[in-house]
Design a protein around this ligand. Structure first.
Ligand code: FES
Length: 124
């Protein structure tokens, strides 16, 4: 007779993943990231790359999912950031890459007057 989880462990709810928590952090002045440029910030102890794509600010962790290069050392090509090391391109719209497994987690950005804030995951 095998294990019947519903019978043998009625309170089992599966392996719980830790809840993901994020907070808004003031990054600085919008003017510090001119159109078409990339800047690096350190917020909550995390490196963050901020891109100005056609006047829209986009942020993500400043680390390429391929081999860890600083994406802030890359360049903006259309809607993509091109990594400086191996030229993989990641969409600044949805974070996707042509390499299926590699994707950027984009952080929400909000502009308040002349400054902007970024919502960054933090440890619980
Ligand atoms: S480290 Fe970015 S493409 Fe290889």
């Amino acid at each position: 007779m095998g294990i019947d989880f519903l019978r043998d462990f009625p309170d089992y709810e599966g392996e719980k993943k830790p809840e993901k928590i994020s907070r808004w952090f003031l990054a600085g002045e919008v003017s510090r990231v001119p159109r078409g440029k990339i800047r690096r910030y350190v917020l909550a102890g995390r490196p963050v790359a901020v891109f100005n794509r056609d006047g829209e600010l986009v942020a993500c962790r400043d680390k390429c999912p391929h081999m860890g290069a600083d994406l802030s050392m890359g360049r903006i090509v259309g809607e993509f950031v091109e990594c400086a090391w191996h030229q993989w391109r990641f969409s600044l719209v949805d974070g996707r890459c042509k390499k299926e497994w590699a994707c950027l987690e984009l952080y929400p950005v909000r502009v308040t007057g002349s400054s902007f804030e970024i919502e960054i995951p933090v440890d619980p």
